[in-house]
Design a binder for this molecule. Structure first.
Ligand SMILES: [Zn+2]
Ligand SMILES: [Zn+2]
Length: 217
């Protein structure tokens, strides 16, 4: 399901007819317990209140009728008016699959930025716009070939402001970190500069003493 739709669903407010608790929006399990069929939806609304009358009384009913430990939670499928009782094997079932709407919104924002910055890469050098290339280099979740390309563009962009954010970034992919380091090296050489190996400040390539830390380089 696309993320915009998922965020929209997760924002819907539904209440449990048994206890009045707001239903939690959870990821649907990959299959229907029992018949192996799909739910027809990626998310379900579920009452996760342990004090819910349906949930509390169903333990005994299951024990008496089927002789095994299970209960029911009230469950509503998106787009439906009335829900149904869904069997659960434990009180923890579904508590781990509650949709993290804030996380999802952030993920969505990141994705939209990636799409926009990727488009802007084509013109960023002409526009002297560091942002798209730098943001893509620093986005650990973005497409790797695009990030590699962004690293190369840093040299053409010739903006030394990219160095600090890259030096302070925690890269997940060592190949991107390497490409970014190569770009910084080329960028410095192009500008007849170097980094002091002791204090990491940028100094002239010909400098014999670092003007920041005073050490011989
Ligand atoms: Zn309830
Ligand atoms: Zn230094």
């Amino acid at each position: 399901m696309d993320i915009d739709r998922c965020i929209q669903l997760a924002s819907e407010v539904h209440h449990c007819p048994h206890c009045g608790t707001r239903l939690s929006c959870c990821e649907a399990p990959p299959f229907h317990i029992g018949d192996g069929l799909g739910w027809g939806s990626d998310v379900l609304f579920i009452c996760l209140n342990d004090e819910c009358s349906l949930f509390a009384r169903s333990w005994e009913e299951f024990e008496e009728r089927y002789g095994h430990s299970a209960s029911c939670r009230y469950m509503l499928l998106p787009g439906e008016k009335t829900g149904q009782a869904m069997m659960v094997g434990s009180a923890q079932a579904f508590t781990g699959s509650i949709i993290d709407i804030e996380g999802m919104k952030k993920q969505n924002q990141r994705y939209h930025n990636e799409v926009r910055f990727t488009k802007e890469l084509d013109t960023c050098v002409a526009d002297k716009n560091l942002q798209p290339a730098l943001c893509l280099v620093l986005d650990n979740c973005a497409d790797l070939p695009t990030r590699n390309r962004a690293c190369e563009l840093l040299v053409d962009l010739n903006n030394l402001e990219c160095i600090d954010p890259i030096r302070n970034h925690k890269f997940v992919h060592s190949e991107i970190e390497m490409a970014a380091n190569i770009a910084i090296k080329q960028l410095l050489e192009k500008n007849h500069l170097k980094e002091c190996p002791y204090c990491m400040e940028i100094i002239k390539a010909q400098a014999k003493v670092c003007k920041h830390c005073g050490k011989e380089v």
